[in-house]
Design a protein around this ligand. Structure first.
Ligand code: ADP
Ligand code: ZN
Length: 517
């Protein structure tokens, strides 16, 4: 029997394994249930495709992404590997012949959607197949703690248990925080000792956060001028914003096209193909763009609107620099975007537990945008890993002076304390800056000892400092829909004069765009 290494070279044409691949393949071939956590583009597919070729029977691949399924099946077939997919796009009369092929041992890989696998009759049909491995792609969808929970994933384990061949289970994901990993492990019977987690650090990516009040469009134009000739993706969070930004940039003379799910499929395909073929350098897109896109020379990913959670952000940003060459991931931070996401969540009919999780995710984005810590460190810490400061991100390279804001921070923390942690940050900012509005009077905020102690500060400045104090752990937010601000033990130490608060000096408001850093 050929070795995994030989198949890597002869069938797939690659010289060596990427980090984690060999270990995952080894474990799977030893019939150990395994969870593989690898960054996007890390090469997860080979982790089940190679065992599929070495095993006798058929490998069942569960994937929620129809387009990805089709791409993989086409690519495998071109490589001479018998593979097929069963999903809603496959005509009914083709299903039985495919199952027959698998039954006769003529198929190596069978791709199915989680919804199909949840169907009882389909489960019955599967009991006749020689399934030795079941690979579950996008495994974070199984967890409520993930950013993309799908109910059908909850039924996977029951379906797996009905298979008489007791196949090995391989779960794969690019985005699993520690609670999500644990959840995947528990639900799919994968012991923690069998988790293979490769490094999330991206040594060739420089992360940047750009704060208001930089005028976005001017910033983007200058950025694109400074990066002329490079391929890049600009993400915005609505179709409307994508279209208007793309039009604006076209008017400014840039070779750019829009991409979003509201466009006709053939237009989308044309834009995507041109981008992949290096005929179109720039794309302005919603998050509909990028899933399964394998373009190695993307030099920058610029988020014109703040991302909704760090999982999506890291995945989208990670599309830059897959070839290993220096690349950038820039986020234009707008507190308002996050407020809007929060509002959508408030209006949604999602259950309370789900909302709590999403609120916490929004808070993690706020922290990322405000932290003085290395941005790469902040991101990998979110995914449960550690790394040294990168020396490339906008925080590592920030040479602005550090100012001591202890006195001001103390006022804000004192107000939070005087309100006994019962109110939100807007009210704290209003009280500290001496607002006389009705709400302040209602709660008798104007009677508090620290009312109006920040006379030099605008409410917006006070708000930003509160965000900073939350991001750096002096204050914390609690509760979903209308979060209240509370004092943490570190914050209390500030009140007692035991700890100081340092911050980079705030950039001055700019009327014209500042030079692009
Ligand atoms: P993921 O699913 O983790 O995002 P893929 O499985 O789609 O990543 O792999 C990303 C790209 O890397 C694909 O083009 C794949 O062929 C390639 N690739 C995977 N493993 C290797 C390897 N060992 N050496 C070189 N290229 C690889
Ligand atoms: Zn850094």
């Amino acid at each position: 029997m050929p070795s995994a290494q030989a198949i890597l070279q002869t069938v797939f044409g690659y010289e060596q394994f990427r980090p984690g691949q060999a270990q995952v393949i080894q474990q799977v071939l030893n019939h150990q249930n395994t969870l593989a956590v690898m960054p996007t583009g890390g090469g997860k597919s080979l982790c089940y495709q190679i065992p599929a070729l070495l095993n006798e029977g058929v490998t069942l691949v569960v994937s929620p992404l129809l387009a990805l399924m089709k791409d993989q099946v086409d690519a495998l077939r071109q490589n001479g590997i018998p593979a097929a997919a069963i999903n809603s796009t496959i005509p009914k009369e083709e299903v039985n012949p495919i199952l027959r092929q698998a039954y006769e041992g003529k198929l190596k890989l069978l791709y199915v959607t989680p919804e199909r696998l949840a169907m009882e009759f389909f489960q019955y049909q599967l009991t006749f197949l020689p399934i030795d491995l079941i690979a579950i792609d996008e495994a974070h969808c199984i967890s409520q703690w993930g950013h993309d929970f799908r109910p059908a994933y909850r039924q996977l384990q029951a379906a797996i248990e009905k298979l008489p061949t007791h196949p090995t289970v391989l779960a794969l994901t690019a985005t699993a925080t520690p609670p999500v990993r644990q959840d995947i492990g528990e639900q799919l019977a994968i012991p923690a000792a069998n988790f293979v987690i490769t490094s999330f650090t991206r040594d060739n990516l420089a992360f940047k956060v750009v704060h208001p009040p930089v005028p976005d469009r001017q910033y983007i134009v200058q950025y694109l001028q400074a990066h002329a000739g490079e391929a890049g993706i600009i993400y915005a969070n609505t179709r409307k914003k994508v279209e208007s930004l793309a039009e604006y940039l076209q008017d400014q003379g840039f070779d750019v096209a829009a991409y979003h799910a509201g466009m006709a499929p053939e237009d989308r395909a044309a834009v995507q193909d041109a981008f992949l073929a290096d005929q179109l350098p720039l794309i302005v897109a919603t998050n509909a763009f990028g899933m399964g896109i394998d373009k190695s020379n993307v030099r920058f990913v610029l988020h014109a609107t703040s991302a909704e959670n760090l999982e999506s952000y890291y995945q989208e940003a990670g599309r830059a620099g897959r070839d290993g060459l220096p690349s950038e991931a820039v986020m234009l931070y707008h507190p308002n975007d996050l407020q809007q996401y929060r509002w959508f969540l408030d209006q949604s009919d999602a259950d309370e537990a789900y909302r709590e999780v999403q609120y916490a995710k929004l808070q993690a984005v706020t922290s990322y945008a405000n932290t003085p810590q290395c941005l790469q460190q902040n991101l990998v810490a979110y995914f449960g890993q550690e790394c040294p400061p990168c020396g490339r991100c906008s925080n590592c390279l920030d040479e602005r002076e550090v100012e001591d804001v202890t006195a001001v921070a103390r006022v804000l923390i004192a107000v939070v304390d005087e309100l006994h942690g019962r109110f939100g940050k807007a009210l704290v900012a209003q009280i500290a800056t001496g607002s006389t509005n009705q709400r302040v009077r209602e709660v008798e905020g104007d009677q508090l000892p620290h009312y109006n102690q920040l006379t030099d500060y605008s409410q917006a400045q006070a708000n930003r400092l509160i965000d900073y104090l939350v991001a750096t752990g002096y204050l914390m937010l609690e509760g979903g829909q209308f979060p209240v601000v509370k004092v943490t033990p570190t914050g209390r130490a500030v009140l007692h004069g035991q700890v100081t608060v340092q911050r980079r000096v705030e950039p001055r408001p700019v009327k014209k765009a500042a030079a692009v850093p």
